[in-house]
Write a protein that binds this ligand. Sequence first.
Ligand SMILES: Nc1nc2c(ncn2[C@@H]2O[C@H](COP(=O)(O)OP(=O)(O)OP(=O)(O)O)[C@@H](O)[C@H]2O)c(=O)[nH]1
Ligand SMILES: [Mg+2]
Length: 302
Amino acid sequence: MSKCIGCGVTLQYDDKTKKGYTPKKDAKYCLRCFKLLNYHENIQNKNVISDDDILNKINKKNVFTFFLTDMLNLNEKVINIYNKITNNKVLVLTKVDILPGNLKYAILVDNIKKVYHVKDVLLFSKENGFGKSEILNLCAKEKKILFCGPTSSGKSSLINYLFNKQLTVSEYQNTTMDFMPLTYNGIKIYDVPGFNEMYSVKELINKKKVNPKVLTLDKNYTLFINDLCLSSDEQVSMTLYFHNEVKIKTKKDIKPQLEITIPAKSDLVLPSLGFIYFKDKALIKSNIDNFEIRESVVSYHE
Ligand SMILES: Nc1nc2c(ncn2[C@@H]2O[C@H](COP(=O)(O)OP(=O)(O)OP(=O)(O)O)[C@@H](O)[C@H]2O)c(=O)[nH]1
Ligand SMILES: [Mg+2]
């Protein structure tokens, strides 16, 4: 049975409605990858592997594991999955080209290690090659490696960039459909489908740099982040780190009710959207029910 060289799915020629379909017997890519690569068109993908199945398969492979996620998709849920990986592993923060220019990488890495109790953290960007040699050295040392992480975190992009492959890369979720064994200079590599069950909203793909917005919210105003809202009975200062597509506005409005106390130097994380940094302690009111409060990953900690 041949496999699609873009997404790993087994090719089939009979059923247009099922995954792996292509009308051409000698095709290298399935029709879905062909359309993604040539027309940026996504055929809806119904046959996605569950997070548990992906995790079980990763642990059975028992090879050195790179777990990729970008800064706006770094949260407890993602780290919970990382913690369930039993292989030797490293966390790779991807897409560092979109990080705000004033962010010091060394501080960010130290904070991530401390806040999420992660031993090893590397950084990578396929746009400017940052972190390339560290990852390549580790791959050469380990010989059998695997790249996993949330969908759209840049796994297939990294493999194409470092190992000169032609995997399908797209801005849609669940592009890679199955475990994909590859080789490069004697190194055995697996591309892996992305974890996808932690996303309450369609993940947003940032094309541009994250542009932190400093905001002082007056007590008579409510901040809207898409349809989530937040206010305070006192004036409160914060810095917003969100995907550029997230709609942010403030208006005079009815105050939401749920009270949340945020300690000084903390981030209020809204999974798959981004986070808000609070330098000072704040008492806010909100309608947000899916959130995490963490010691900030972007601030200096004495
Ligand atoms: N700015 C920036 N964008 C990136 C980088 N790496 C990947 N992307 C973009 O992120 C999107 C997803 O990339 P993929 O490589 O398909 O992600 P994936 O992790 O393989 O996704 P799945 O196969 O769905 O699990 C694409 O639009 C890429 O162009 C990077 O280093 N910087
Ligand atoms: Mg992929």
